[in-house]
Design a protein around this ligand. Structure first.
Ligand code: TEU
Length: 571
């Protein structure tokens, strides 16, 4: 039997502070803005709120470049505002999860400024420095060929000391040296700082990158046209990762805090189970990206990849079955601040199909076993920015660097066109447009022109409209969260089993607990499909949720309409 825990029964709402709600008319969302919308979040029915970084930051990477871990950025508010947020959440029975970024700081952090100023600085060893490699003609070269996640080399040359420093992300995000016990103590103190102030836990950013292979050997050439190569095999899950995670887990345990670790490039459940298994006490759960990486190559997010609904359910099934057989736990999500919107990426955001599509994806993910995360706007079925918008509308460092790199490398027009079409699908910018609160100017997000343009569809798709409309995507998500609470034994703790696993278009599964069984049926087809129900699933019961209004219930042969989805509970 599955061990029970409050965080297994809870669902989470994920907020991107710059784009949620602006309270002071500067065009950027802020903490008082979040506080003003707590009743909206409560109405959706979540117990956890995760807020992306709002610490002091020059915001080269929108706050994931932190210059002071124990203060709030003035653009987002004050320490007192965070206190209000914590109190506002706690008084409504919800918890606050902050984003902890232990892998790197900003280059404007006092530690890095000092480290860079002198080789003798006590902070020098807080970061990773290496001597240049010397080329054939005596030229200085980066110590190896690893590619940064934000394009270019992971190494940045520092003239003054004639050494390179290491950065997995932007050059302004130097990686912290986790081999140095002082660095670890600093991060643990920062965690304690927030936990003693009432924060209930953390989403741990890029946490599988903390331990690296220190030989820094070259990565094999997988992309011959590129100067630098994908190297996650060397910086993911290095030799000391479980030791570090166990130390982190100890702090979390002291405070009985919640944790979810972000782990890109890691599809191996036997590694993840070491982190989330209940004896180990490292982290509660992990965001692994195997499912939402389905339309990219392993080495690059903008490499197009074809996928099928069959693979979509096979990947889900892999993690569902593995975790239930090994007493682990999943984190369930289809969106976050780093990806395009799920309706636009995985289905069609054609106006006539967008609403059923958004509800179908919600059904597919929403009844699996795991803690469910809803990213702001996903509950409204938001789509990507319009395809007609030019590159100038994109603000993210990753998108901009990527395109610039292609131009610098002299990419052909065909390559640029394909890159642009991938950007229109997957860029992180899509998820970062201002939240559409209502049909007023600037979508009720701000009194002034926001830092990113509002999606022009906000008049037909906004929170005010959807909250009052029983058939809205918002109220559909609300039902999902309500049903997970109501049928907790089955929908939270029940066993997961695929139904008709070989079907190419219908993704159906069962959740079973004792005599209680739910059947979840979703069609990934944008046209009509006929589904022959496996005989053992054809039993009396009732539909408890559906994305078409006139659903009749089970029939031996079921005609499923485009993106049709329903949930059936057996008597
Ligand atoms: O992302 C880490 C990460 O590895 C990727 O999933 C990331 O989306 C990147 O774009 C891959 O191409 C986390 C944060 O979620 C992201 O917003 C930050 O930019 C990043 O860490 C650095 O802190």
């Amino acid at each position: 039997d599955v061990h029970r825990a409050w965080w297994k029964e809870a669902s989470a709402y994920h907020i991107y502070p710059a784009s949620f709600k602006d309270s002071n008319a500067d065009g950027v969302g802020d903490i008082p803005g979040i506080v003003s919308k707590l009743d909206y979040i409560k109405k959706l029915g979540v117990e956890i709120v995760w807020v992306c970084p709002c610490y002091k930051s020059p915001k080269v990477d929108m706050g994931y470049d932190i210059s002071d871990y124990t203060d709030i950025d003035p653009q987002y508010g004050t320490m007192d505002d965070i206190k209000q947020l914590i109190e506002g959440l706690h008084s409504r029975g919800m918890k606050l999860i902050m984003d902890m970024v232990p892998n790197h700081s900003s280059d404007q952090h006092e530690w890095f400024k000092s480290a860079k100023a002198s080789k003798d600085s006590p902070y020098r060893d807080y970061y990773i420095w290496r001597k240049p490699k010397v080329g054939k003609h005596g030229e200085k070269l980066p110590p190896n060929n690893w590619q940064s996640l934000f394009s270019g080399s992971v190494w940045e040359y520092d003239e003054k000391s004639d050494e390179y420093y290491f950065h997995l992300f932007a050059t302004e995000q130097p990686d912290l040296n986790w081999e140095n016990p002082k660095v670890r103590q600093e991060i643990y103190d920062i965690m304690r700082f927030w936990l003693t102030r009432g924060v209930d836990g953390f989403r741990m950013d890029s946490v599988n990158f903390l331990s690296k292979d220190l030989s820094f050997q070259d990565a094999p050439i997988t992309e011959p046209s590129s100067k630098y190569q994908h190297a996650s095999a060397y910086y993911c899950m290095g030799p000391r990762i479980h030791e570090f995670l166990m130390e982190i887990g100890k702090i979390l345990k002291e405070y009985n805090a919640f944790s979810v670790g972000e782990m890109a490039y890691l599809y191996d459940p036997t590694e993840i189970i070491k982190i989330v298994s209940s004896e180990r006490n490292e982290l509660n759960m992990v965001f692994q990206f195997e499912l939402i990486d389905i339309d990219r190559s392993f080495s690059h997010r903008y490499t197009p990849k074809k996928w099928t609904p069959r693979e979509f359910k096979d990947i889900s099934n892999k993690w569902q079955v593995f975790m239930q057989e090994n007493d682990g736990w999943n984190a369930l999500f289809l969106e976050n601040h780093d990806w395009g919107r799920s309706v636009s990426r995985f289905l069609s955001d054609r106006p006539d199909l967008r609403k059923v599509g958004a509800k179908m994806l919600a059904t597919f993910i929403g009844f699996q076993s795991g803690t469910l995360f809803v990213y702001q706007g996903q509950e409204l079925g938001l789509a990507n920015m319009p395809k007609s918008w030019p590159l100038e509308k994109y603000k993210d460092v990753e998108t901009i660097n990527y395109y610039k790199q292609l131009l610098d490398d002299g990419a052909s027009q065909a390559v640029l066109d394909s890159a642009m079409s991938e950007i229109k699908k997957k860029a992180r910018d899509h998820a970062r447009l201002p939240f559409p609160w209502d049909a007023s100017q600037f979508a009720g997000f701000s009194m002034v022109q926001p830092w990113m343009d509002v999606n022009p569809d906000y008049k037909d798709c906004n929170a005010a409209m959807q909250v009052d409309d029983p058939s809205s995507v918002f109220n559909y998500w609300r039902s999902i969260l309500e049903l997970r609470r109501k049928y907790k034994d089955v929908l939270v703790y029940g066993k997961f089993e695929l139904v008709d696993p070989l079907n190419m278009e219908v993704c159906a599964y069962r959740r079973v607990c004792g005599s209680g069984t739910a059947l979840v049926v979703t069609s990934f087809s944008d046209s009509f499909v006929l589904w022959k129900i496996p005989p053992e699933t054809f039993r009396p019961g009732k539909v408890i949720l559906s994305n078409y209004p006139d659903i009749k219930g089970l029939q031996i042969e079921l005609g499923l309409r485009p993106y049709e989805a329903f949930v059936y509970i057996y008597n």
